[in-house]
Design a protein around this ligand. Structure first.
Ligand code: NAD
Length: 425
């Protein structure tokens, strides 16, 4: 499984790319994919690693490491976010690029999969340092990205501000007539789409609502816990709260808070903006991120990072449904434990595909010179998420497997078919 052209940087335990390949092997046990196809799927097509010089505000020069992994583009241009995090590394970026490839196939949008990373902590950088770092990444990557080649987007630690800088730098470097389409998740004034900022959670919520009926979930599922209070998690907490769910706990990188009677999410958002953390919110007590994952609830939404539910803590998870808004939050060993305890896991490549779906809408609008209304975007998103869930569900019923394996098999079938059509197999 681990033989390949690109060596692993980190040991297999807790290595997201190893987990991704285990998931691939598990799907391949259910369906007869050709060996050539599986060999292609075990390696990214290209990896680019760069050093980005930034003159820090203190006056000295600091070099930051940056990545772009282009996994597969048989279904369309590479597509995937850029993560700014001090602990990101090439194995993580590879795993995220692999999952993007499958996610675009599950959502049936004409993109392949890629991902970027910058080893930096945005919380410790000034706006000027962030701009130099981001423009440096875009400048160095200008030859390998592009509206028809590879289209980045925001991920952990990046927002529309960084995407606007990348679009601008790319335009300066290339003079491309549709330079805005080189990234998605831009601010609306710079060619971003209405509805993109909330799309990941909006899509995840749409999937959850459809699933609730299919799983015939009981009223106990009306309590929710959300790990991560950023772009995806905060919006998900807000949506659940608005639809009458009791959101009893949320967290961010500082830790979590819990109130079994439910949290006022609007007031919490204001508290987070004022203090920089969800902790210390009045009317709730602080909990650790580890404790938060083990609280009794109907729906648990990991919306932060990978490897949060592992073999070690899966036995203590008390949710009925785990909805993966984050990428890779449940390890393969934990999947087995949760399945044995009849806890449904809605896999990342389905649950968080709303983000890339509206990214595709943004790219389409940029390429065609159109502007869609928020309602139009939302309705199209709902339609696509509902269609994706329907086919994944049918696959699960046909194969008698869990939702993750079903989503993987569906995605792999679509990618293999595209490779055959294009003659790469
Ligand atoms: P973000 O940077 O906006 O938010 C991340 C949140 O997680 C922050 O609140 C941060 O404080 C918190 N966090 C970080 N480390 C944590 C830890 N150890 N424990 C608990 N919380 C922690 O990022 P985001 O865009 O919301 O992305 C979150 C997840 O969703 C990632 O896995 C990302 O890949 C995935 N995702 C995001 C999008 C998108 O469009 N933004 C789309 C698909 C998937």
């Amino acid at each position: 499984m681990l033989d390949g052209l690109f060596p692993l940087t980190f040991p297999p335990m807790q290595n997201p790319f190893c987990n991704a390949l285990i998931q691939l092997d598990r799907a391949a046990e259910l369906q007869a994919f050709s060996e050539e196809f599986l060999t292609l799927m075990r390696q990214p097509a290209r990896e680019v690693e760069i050093a980005i010089p930034v003159t820090m505000d203190a006056g000295h020069l600091h070099m930051f490491r940056g990545y772009r992994v282009q996994y597969d583009d048989v279904r369309g241009p590479f597509k995937g976010g850029i993560r700014y995090h001090p602990d990101t590394n090439v194995d993580e970026v590879r795993a995220l690029a692999f999952w993007m490839t499958l996610k675009c196939a599950v959502a049936d949008i004409p993109f392949g999969g890629g991902k970027g990373g910058i080893e930096a902590n945005p919380k410790e950088l000034s706006a000027r340092e962030m701009e130099q770092l981001t423009r440096g990444w875009a400048h160095a990557m200008a030859d390998v990205i592009g509206p028809e080649k590879d289209v980045p987007a925001p991920d952990v630690g990046s927002t529309s501000r960084e995407m606007d800088w990348i679009a601008d730098e790319y335009a300066l470097c290339t003079g491309h007539s549709k330079a805005a389409a080189v990234v998605t998740g831009k601010s609306v004034g710079k060619g971003g789409s209405l509805g993109r900022a909330t799309a990941t959670a909006d899509g995840g919520y749409a999937v959850f609502e459809e699933l609730r009926e299919r799983l015939a979930l009981d009223p106990e599922t009306s309590t929710a816990v959300v790990q991560g209070f950023g772009n995806a998690g905060e919006r998900m907490a807000e949506l659940l709260h608005r639809h009458g769910y009791k959101v009893v706990a949320v967290s961010d990188s500082h830790g979590g808070i819990h109130n079994e009677n439910g949290l006022d999410i609007k007031a919490l958002s204001e508290h987070k903006r004022a203090t920089g953390s969800v902790q210390g919110f009045s009317g709730a007590h602080d909990v650790t991120n580890a404790e938060l994952l083990e609280l009794p609830c109907g729906i648990l939404v990991p919306a932060a990072l990978e490897n949060q539910i592992t073999f070690e803590n899966a036995m203590r998870v008390q949710a009925k449904v785990v909805l993966e808004l984050a990428n890779g939050p449940v390890t393969p060993e934990a999947d087995d434990v949760l399945a044995s305890r009849h806890i449904t896991v809605v896999p990342d490549i389905l649950a968080n595909a709303g983000g890339v779906t509206v990214s595709y809408f943004e790219w389409e609008q940029n390429m065609r010179g159109e502007t869609w209304t928020e309602n139009e975007v939302f309705e199209r998103l709902r339609e696509r998420m509902s269609a994706a869930l329907k086919v994944v569900w049918e696959k699960k019923e046909a194969l008698g497997c869990d939702l993750r394996r079903a989503a993987f098999v569906l995605a792999l079938e679509r990618i293999e078919e595209a490779m055959r059509r294009k003659g790469s197999l």
